[in-house]
Design a protein around this ligand. Structure first.
Ligand code: 13P
Ligand code: SF4
Length: 301
């Protein structure tokens, strides 16, 4: 074991800390984490653990959600500039415009959003429960922010009038169906797994559409030799580790979220040693965001 890894182990024990990593983190970060999972799973687990300190290897909105759910814990993110282009694709002003135009429509906010956005929404949702959350709402018209990918996917499936904001995750929305078709041709019979943040041409071509946790379950419950994965390359490492006898092919070249690749093992060590970067959130915003998150939890309990 190299020095950095030994030091991480030492500091983790010393501080009784837990390292959690999102499924999109590079393999070397997933391998040092105590828990690897999807965004909501990690926040929930961060709440359930008795560890007083959590090093969250992911992007900022995930660490913030963990802090909202566990305000008494030290939540650390090793790189403070690990953000999310989708979360940044909407401003409060954009949301206010939508609310003005549709004053009676409740707002559903995808968890991939800033704390401010969650605090100004009625409900939160994840990719796995968005349809359930939307359909549980009594009103017929619902504002969905910030992702037009997940929003349009729900719109295809729901009888509700869904008002979309044109935000996107560039990693998924900009995937090329032609490139994916080429990969599918090379592996006939292999199922294509995509994330709902993708464009509709990609989603419609898929055998499974779902979040990273859903993809893991799909692979676990099916018996193909090859799977074509149209999401961040970190998932290839995760799936291979869980299913060593199956093969996973990235659907297009270099599907990778740059913000998810910012954290190094040295950053994790510095995070533990120097408590950087501590997530601090405004208590009022946190209280309001928690209301939207709790509504989602109640609906999906
Ligand atoms: P999951 O919630 O499916 O883990 O995805 C998070 C994400 O950032 C997707 O782009
Ligand atoms: Fe955000 Fe997209 Fe990266 Fe997920 S993959 S963290 S939605 S930019």
């Amino acid at each position: 074991m190299n020095n950095v890894l030994e030091e991480i182990e030492k500091w983790k024990l010393k501080k009784n800390a837990l390292i959690v990593a999102h499924n999109y983190q590079p393999g070397y970060i997933q391998d040092i984490a105590d828990i690897v999972g999807d965004s909501l799973e990690l926040s929930k687990l961060a709440k359930e653990t008795s560890a007083p300190e959590i090093v969250f290897c992911g992007v900022k909105f995930m660490a913030e959600t963990a802090k909202v759910l566990s305000p008494e814990k030290n939540i650390l993110i090793p790189k403070i500039d690990a953000e999310c282009d989708l979360a940044k694709s909407i401003s409060l002003k954009d949301l206010d415009c939508l609310k003005e135009k549709y004053p009676n429509a409740p707002v559903v906010c995808y968890v991939n959003s800033t704390l401010e956005m969650k605090a100004n929404s009625n409900y939160c949702c994840t990719s796995s429960n968005a349809l359930k959350v939307v359909e549980s709402i009594p009103e017929d018209t619902v504002i969905f922010v910030p992702d037009k990918g997940l929003g349009s996917w729900i719109k295809q499936k729901s009888y509700k009038n869904i008002i979309l904001h044109p935000g996107k995750c560039p990693v998924h929305w900009d995937l090329s169906i032609d490139e994916i078709e080429q990969t599918c041709k090379s592996y006939p019979g292999a199922p294509l797994l995509t994330h709902p943040e993708s464009n509709s041409a990609v989603r419609d071509r898929s055998d499974f559409v779902g979040g990273t946790g859903g993809m893991i379950n799909f692979v676990k419950n099916t018996d193909f030799t090859h799977y074509i994965i149209a999401t961040d390359v970190g998932m290839i490492h995760r799936l291979k580790k869980l299913n060593p006898k199956k093969d996973f092919i990235l659907a297009a070249e270099n599907i990778s979220c740059r913000d998810m690749k910012k954290i190094s093992t040295q950053d994790v060590l510095s995070s533990l040693k120097e408590e950087q970067y501590l997530i601090n959130i405004d208590p009022e915003l946190s209280k309001k965001a928690l209301m939207a998150i709790n509504k989602m939890m109640e609906i999906t309990a």
